[in-house]
Write a protein that binds this ligand. Sequence first.
Ligand code: SF4
Length: 358
Amino acid sequence: MLKPEDAIEMAIDGLDRNDAEFLMREADVFTLAEAAHRISRKYFGDVVTFVNNVVVNYTNICVAKCPICAFYRLPRQTGGYVKTAREVALMVRQFVEKYGVTELHINGGFNPFLTPEYFDELFKTVKRETPVTIKGPTIAEVDYYASLWKVSVGEVLSRWRDAGLDAISGGGAEIFAEEVRRVISPHKISGSRWIEIAEIAHNLGIPSNATMLYGHVENPSHVVDHILRVRELQEKTSGFLLFIPVKYNPENTELYKKGVVKGVASAVYDVKIVAMARLILLDKLKVAAYWLSVGKKLASILLQAGANDLVGTMYNEAVLTSAGAVHKTTIEELTALAIEAGKVPALRDTFHRLISGS
Ligand code: SF4
């Protein structure tokens, strides 16, 4: 039977595809968690970080029609909206005044009616009228708007950066393997294209997160492939800020209604996913315990299984909550959650510089 020491030794040597798949399939959850926890402490100590942020969706109109999504509305469908730059800035200001947020996490959808000028105005207004950094939209949105406006992704990214965008959010990565993407997000960019755009962004000086959506139709080899591809780009650009495993919440989604996914992944699987991320990524990248997708109780366990960041307060989040996730937290609660896991909580900014704590 594999012991944590065996897993640590294998990980420190650098996991290749076969070893990583072997560990994920054969090692039990306690072995993986213990090994990942020790590795996380070796490289990152006991500090657990998070940002105080607000999430605003500039639009929910989207033509991608992902079967995993309960958030979008099609053009002309009831309930569709586009927020003006002033509305977004006003919302952000309210969250700055009420909760002291330092970051705007902004995402939307593939909205065919939006122009380059809309985004210029959006980012410039937020920057002019509030003190926050801006993270988002996703790499998938960057690709969509580049093809809609018939320009290169580099042009979109440079224009957004010049208007005030500080970083790209990690969404849209899903699972890179094409056989999985064909089921869960058939109209989104390929995994290879996602990686290619992340590299372009990093080379333009725009860092990003990398997510991985799990708990739908993937298997261990898809998971390992995804994390290895993130590691590979990180070794090349150092442009990823955080790796965020996101648990799929199937409620209200087409994939669930059609019976392709029958329920949520187990807590054992959640722990294994985070532990495998740490064992593969080692010191190359922070790994998140995303409390909004796994719940706060499990998030504190994940902090003892290789994770060392809680993402953020994520006030006003709407995409995961549309699919059944429950948002209710504060800085104090995330702080307590880290302490309960034996960690030292610290507030950070978008670029992972510490603001307070530790
Ligand atoms: S996941 Fe994103 S891209 Fe897909 S339908 Fe929902 S909003 Fe659109």
